[in-house]
Ligand binder design. Structure first.
Ligand SMILES: NCc1[nH]cc(CCC(=O)O)c1CC(=O)O
Length: 309
């Protein structure tokens, strides 16, 4: 029987869904059809921070629970940390490049941008890290999909924009980045570059099929990054960054987790790290969150800032 994959109609969502659909066809031999779901987030042009964290997600989840579709693909970093009742992340495919990218006019790198350069980005995490550089760059809000952000740059609305390299890559536009930002300067959002393949918890047969797409290292990395985020009780737009990498340690594979918390003006920046085994990924994330808290993370997270005053 044909599997129904629910997807938003945006170019990025379609690219992600088509990639997963193809992988499911190849690995299971089952036909997959795409079913387009329109979410309130697609109809509105209000700032994401105002629409709320789950705006792109809940319409897909409703369709899953109503049995209108069989599975859905999300950008993992857009998923709230709270688990969805009746649903399960059945697969976490191998992650794309998790780093942020700079696209600047005249091929400039971050270091070459002049004082006062206007940088289009709405994410508090990116605004804070740009401000923390102390270069007097000027972050300015920008919304819209990857294509429209690149168009606004080309039209001269900004000197540069910062966006996830993974999103550019999925649209075949990664070559337009003028610099891939080192996580030392710009630590990405928890789960950036990863996908969550979600289905109904009780759909045992499909869960088994989808598990063929699961990548163990990616799942461990995302588990650590999101445990950190959940422990700090922050949403996807909070100025919190995390990146876990898996590498061979002395006694087998190990997880290397970096986490950071910023005040939006960049005046407070706290970066810490921890390591552990893959099996302990969630505990590594929670422990690093506690470390961040002990070192004053709440100073940055306690106050609610309006990103677009
Ligand atoms: N914030 C929206 C969003 N959600 C997922 C991606 C890109 C793909 C990914 O990170 O997986 C983007 C665009 C961006 O941050 O530039």
């Amino acid at each position: 029987m044909t599997l129904r994959l629910g997807t938003r109609g945006s170019a990025l969502a379609m690219a992600q869904s088509n990639t997963v659909a193809e992988a499911v066809r190849q690995r299971t031999g089952r036909p997959v059809e795409l079913v387009e779901i329109v979410t309130p987030g697609d109809r509105s042009s209000a700032p994401i921070q105002r629409l709320g964290v789950g705006v792109f997600v809940s319409a897909l989840r409703d369709a899953l629970l109503a049995n209108e579709i069989d599975f859905a693909v999300h950008s993992y970093k857009d998923l709230p940390t709270a688990p969805a009742k009746g649903l399960v992340v059945a697969a976490v495919p191998q992650r794309e490049d998790p780093r942020d990218a700079l696209v600047a006019r005249a091929g400039m790198t971050l270091n070459e941008l002049p004082e006062g350069a206007r940088i289009g980005t709405g994410a508090l995490r990116r605004i804070a890290q740009l401000n923390a550089l102390g270069r007097r760059l000027r972050p300015e809000p920008v919304r819209g999909n990857v294509d429209s952000r690149l168009r606004k740059l080309a039209e001269g609305q900004f000197d540069a924009i910062v966006l996830a390299r993974a999103g550019m890559a999925r649209l075949g536009r990664a070559a337009e980045a003028t610099e891939v930002l080192d996580p030392l300067l710009m630590l990405p959002a928890p789960a950036q570059g990863a996908l969550a393949v979600e289905c109904r918890e009780d759909d045992v047969e499909l869960r088994k099929l989808l598990s063929a797409l699961d990548d163990e290292d990616t799942r461990a990395a995302i588990t650590a990054e999101r445990a950190l985020l959940a422990e700090l009780e922050a949403g996807c737009s909070a100025p919190i960054a995390a990146l876990a990498e898996v590498a061979e340690g002395d006694e087998g594979p190990e997880i290397y987790l970096r986490g950071a918390v910023f005040s939006p003006d960049g005046g407070f920046a706290l970066r810490l790290s921890r390591t552990g085994t893959l099996a302990d990924a969630a505990e590594v994330g929670r422990a690093l969150a506690r470390d961040l808290r002990e070192e004053g993370a709440d100073n940055a997270l306690g106050v609610q800032h309006d990103p677009h005053p």
